[in-house]
Design a protein around this ligand. Structure first.
Ligand SMILES: *Cc1c(COP(=O)(O)O)cnc(C)c1O
Length: 421
């Protein structure tokens, strides 16, 4: 079987042939046989250096031996109990120890479930209905957050199937814009339960906060009794040991986690100050539950992942990230291209856009079609990145210096093809 045939077959049984839409790139996605370290192998016999890394979780690369061993051992003991295990405490302690805002944490099954639950907790805690999110930020595929900005402060569903009655409670403003948020809070402040943000917007490429912007958010939320939620599903345990809040030195009231926290198994988590977390059932009145929540497979994988993510691992990721970003900046300069490499730590992207990117409007002005030429060309060269200008690329500790050097050569070739140089 090859990928093309498998895709035709998959489309008969699965909408679009995939179980998450971005995977369906043209003409057909490759079907994976296995992953190992920094490499993915497809069913057609191709090998790729992987910078998608399952869209972020695999910070130690594929099939990390210690995680595989932990999963093997746990599988033999059973995969789900509907009763607590000691491992849940171990992982909870690790999260509380690392994440500055976390007094308590609850584990769920995905990042989307984490943001949905954190928003409910914030609403229960404040007794307010409205929430604020930023244009272009992604917080999972649930109704509260698939919302875009309409005229003025009107908020519209981002896709069909979401009621206007739901989105009217989700207010959307541009990121890095103090005036827009101040105006919104002047008008609606006492009705707003929470502000949720991706500290670095990673689902539209890579947009970091302007200097001072997080401090501004911290101050305005405190003054208005609004719960500040950092959605660190990407940045948590990636940007630093304690996530973006440690990296930037601003502590929110709540944090959502996903991707890395489950060691490559399905898992999310939300955590925060004790007085907020204690609104959740069975302590408080905010109901939140899940059959597989805190399941022992995800828990043992998460513990193993976090145990391996020590200071050396972050130093290693930082070193590789700077090396790759430095090399990309040199290529862009040598080829005299008017495009903008961005990134920090083990995250990077190139905006096919000459300007500084501060919000989603800036990002959307990029040449996304030309980016797809670059993506295809990289794939031909055996480099896999997410198939979109509006995603972030990731490094793992498993990437070798040889991998990076081969990648730099491929990036130069792909940019030459994309820009006809
Ligand atoms: C991936 C992501 C989510 C959603 O997580 P899922 O596990 O896909 O539900 C939420 N927030 C951010 C910032 C993400 O990157």
């Amino acid at each position: 079987m090859n990928s093309e045939k498998l895709f035709e077959e998959a489309k008969k049984y699965i909408p679009g042939g995939v179980n998450s839409p971005l995977r369906a790139f043209k003409p057909n996605p490759f079907f994976v046989e296995r992953g190992e370290g920094s490499y993915l192998y497809d069913v057609d016999g191709n090998k790729y250096i992987d910078y998608c890394l399952a869209y972020g979780p695999l910070i130690l690369g594929h099939a990390n031996p210690q995680i595989v061993e932990a999963l093997d051992n746990q599988a033999a003991f059973g995969t789900s109990y509907g009763a607590p295990t000691e491992g849940e405490i171990t992982l909870a302690k690790e999260v509380v120890d690392r994440i500055p805002c976390a007094d308590k944490v609850r584990f769920v099954n995905s990042g989307g479930e984490a943001t949905m639950s954190a928003i409910r907790a914030a609403r229960g805690f404040t007794g307010r209905d409205k929430i604020v999110k930023f244009e272009g930020a992604y917080h999972g595929a649930h109704d509260y957050c698939l919302v875009k900005q309409g005229d003025g402060f009107e908020s519209l569903p981002d896709c069909s199937g979401i009621p206007l009655d739901t989105t009217k409670n989700t207010l959307v403003v541009p990121y890095n814009d103090e005036e827009a948020l101040t105006a919104l809070i002047d008008a609606e402040g006492e009705n707003i339960a929470c502000i949720i943000l991706e500290v670095i917007m990673g689902n539209i490429g890579f947009i970091p906060p302007k200097p001072g912007y997080l401090e501004f958010l911290r101050k305005i939320t405190e003054e208005n009794g609004i719960v500040l939620i950092f959605d660190e599903v990407i940045t948590g345990f990636r940007l630093s040991r304690g996530g973006a809040q440690e990296y930037y030195g601003v502590t929110p009231d709540m944090t959502t986690l996903g991707k890395i926290v489950g060691g490559g198994m399905p898992m999310g988590a939300f955590c925060g100050k004790e007085e907020i977390m204690d609104v959740i059932a069975p302590v408080g009145p905010v109901y939140q539950a899940g059959t597989f929540s805190g399941n022992p497979m995800s828990v043992v994988a998460g513990i193993s992942m976090l145990n391996q993510l020590d200071d050396d691992a972050y130093a290693n990721l930082e070193e590789k990230g700077s090396y790759l970003r430095g090399a990309m900046a040199d290529i862009v300069e040598d080829l005299d291209l008017n495009i903008t490499p961005v990134g920090a730590g083990s995250m990077y992207q190139i905006y096919f856009n000459p300007n500084e990117i501060l919000n989603s409007v800036d990002a959307k002005a990029s040449d996304a079609d030309r980016f797809l030429v670059y993506f295809k060309e990289l794939l031909n060269e055996g480099i896999f990145i997410p198939p979109s200008q509006f995603e972030c690329n990731f490094l793992s500790t498993a990437h070798t210096m040889d991998d990076l050097d081969n990648t730099v050569i491929a990036i130069e070739k792909a940019l030459k093809v994309a820009f006809e140089k």
